[in-house]
Design a protein around this ligand. Structure first.
Ligand SMILES: Cc1ncc(COP(=O)(O)O)c(C=O)c1O
Length: 375
């Protein structure tokens, strides 16, 4: 069993993907070819945002978003410590200070109730992460940001395609950033990412920053980066878009299947991440909280069940970031980091495989020391 089955996904769309790649090889416009604008148009329409700007990765999207907002040394940016490192990395790359606010224990997303007390006159922006595929409490975060004149960047690297109160992830705040890393719900075959906004001035800035701050050829009106997404990668995403809605439904079906099976035989032994009723998840990961995680992982590995940990160390406890840890740290994130375990997930995971995973989990839990089972 694969943790994420990219092979079946390729086989299901092989003709379309091959044809799209061949078209790029035929026209030869490898940089900023027609597929780039085509993809940007399709993705903007999909999210409802006025602008989509494709970029070279999800990390670069975050960097470009912060650059467009003018974030600079001395500024503070509030974010979650329970994310992939890129979320905070983008902040420190610009010389700004990350301010880590703890997460909710049931969704693992930024706890908006804790944000207010960390806002200072130096705060410029808030970066909530829509972790595991579920949007954070964006309306509450946006309202708080508006009261304080702050920008909100949704890190939607894991949640592209998810819904939130009738809107789409990526189009829930000042700027949305996503990633097309191959294992993401909408992935390419290399690195890629995109920015979304409905603010015309920010869109212009981000388009220019993506190409070395260039407003016209060899006219550099601002500092930028080399951040374009390859035409070939845009072509792959265009091909995968055809089945994307169906794949999201299949991911949700697989997650419902896990929910069912876990609520049956394993009820009370582990805690799945909670999905709030006013939003949907694209299940970039299906994550549960378990006791004795390392031991459990070993037993599952021996039984042929691959698992992963997102994430074993919160960012505010990473060696290069610990000096930015706030007073008291983020105890909820620290606890989650020891308990979370992601199970095999994807649109091509069938009920029989989900059943095998849950059965192996049940057997593994039964092998743990008595008294250590409460999650
Ligand atoms: C939450 C989050 N933010 C940012 C990124 C960075 O995306 P990329 O790998 O495309 O640079 C990722 C990718 O793993 C992610 O999961």
């Amino acid at each position: 069993m694969d943790f994420i089955d990219l092979k079946s996904q390729y086989l299901a769309s092989r003709d379309l993907i091959n044809a799209r790649i061949q078209a790029v090889l035929d026209h030869g416009q490898y940089i900023m070819g027609p597929e780039v604008a085509e993809l940007e148009g399709r993705l903007a329409a999909y999210t409802g945002a006025r602008h989509c700007i494709t970029v070279s990765s999800g990390t670069e999207a975050l960097v470009i978003a912060l650059m467009a907002l003018g974030v600079a040394p001395g500024d503070e940016v509030i974010t979650t410590p329970f994310s992939f490192i890129a979320t905070a990395e983008a902040i420190v790359l610009l010389g700004a200070t990350p301010v880590f606010v703890d997460v909710e224990p049931d969704t693992c997303n930024l706890d908006h109730r804790l944000v207010q007390e960390r806002i200072t006159p130096r705060t410029r922006a808030i970066i909530p992460v829509s972790l595991y595929g579920q949007p954070a409490d964006m309306d509450e975060i946006n309202a708080l940001a508006e009261r304080h004149g702050l920008a909100v960047i949704e890190d939607a690297a894991q949640s592209f395609g998810a819904g939130y109160r009738g809107r789409k992830s990526g189009n829930l705040s000042t700027i949305g950033c996503t990633s097309f890393f191959p294992s993401k719900p909408l992935g390419c075959y290399g690195d890629g990412g995109a920015l979304f906004t409905s603010d015309d001035a920010l869109a212009t800035a981000m388009r220019e920053i993506r190409v070395h701050g260039q407003s016209r050829r060899y006219v550099h009106t601002r500092i930028g980066v080399g951040g374009r997404m390859d035409t070939l990668q845009c072509a792959v995403v265009l091909a995968k878009l055809e089945r994307f809605e169906w794949e999201i439904e299949q991911r949700q079906r697989a997650a419902a299947c896990y929910d069912d099976l876990l609520a049956g035989s394993l009820a009370g032994l582990l805690e799945p991440v909670t999905l709030r009723p006013d939003r949907s998840s694209v299940y970039a990961q299906y994550t549960v909280r378990v006791p004795q995680r390392e031991r459990l992982q070993e037993i599952l590995h021996a039984a042929g069940i691959p698992t992963a940990v997102h994430y074993p160390v919160p960012i505010d406890r990473q060696p290069a970031y610990a000096h930015w840890a706030g007073p008291g740290g983020c105890p909820v994130a620290a606890g989650l980091a020891q308990e979370v375990l992601s199970l095999p997930m994807g649109p091509y995971l069938d009920r029989a495989s989900a059943h095998r995973v849950v059965q192996a989990l049940g057997q593994a839990l039964a092998q743990l020391q008595p008294g250590d089972k409460a999650a």
